[in-house]
Design a protein around this ligand. Sequence first.
Ligand code: DC
Length: 220
Amino acid sequence: MIIVLDGPAGSGKSSTAKALASKLTLQYLDSGALYRAISYQWIKTGKDLSLFDNLDEMPLTFTYDSGEFRVFIGEEDCTAAIRSKKVSGSVSKVAANPTVRAFVNLLMRQHANAHPSIADGRDLGTVVFPDAEVKFFLQASAEVRAQRRTKEVLESGQNASYEEVLQNIKERDRLDSTREHDPLRKAEDAIVVQTDQMTFDEQVAFCVEHILSKTSLTIE
Ligand code: DC
């Protein structure tokens, strides 16, 4: 069982997916975090492109426990570090690499085969899980997404200006939707959730109702 949520940066995919995972007792799979972890390691090892030729050797693992998706490289828990500005600034470039994409897709499919999951990303409904039981595509204007992301960053204790976040979101939208390999795109059979005017609870309730009508899942 796999349910997917795709959409641009800051559209509320991860918080929605986590809320759905908790309500429906599913594992949550954060594909962006896997791209971020690879970017983090790439920066840490001096931006050596040969890293991408040996991804099989990268000890990248992840867990979902108590509502939190954690990523590890070897013994190192890099869950917090992958959210840094440095990583955010280079992740679109790393995620455009087809070898990196094939590696992340394999990890995700292996996990979803073993555990009923809900996953979020950019190309899950189109490329990674074309046969997903339910597909959502979350949308909101760049301005609304930047407001939400700025609030999140400030709440996590880091510095952020709305203008800087808006610029980063627009640049990532451009890179993610115009790249050659697996660009951000709505699957034909995905349900569009336009979240600008919705509260978080409304958007979760909308998704729950849809999932319950399309699957055999039940609420705890
Ligand atoms: O969801 P996020 O902002 O943490 O994602 C980080 C980056 O990873 C984003 O800029 C695009 C990329 N990404 C992707 O290309 N494909 C996915 N399925 C998920 C994320």
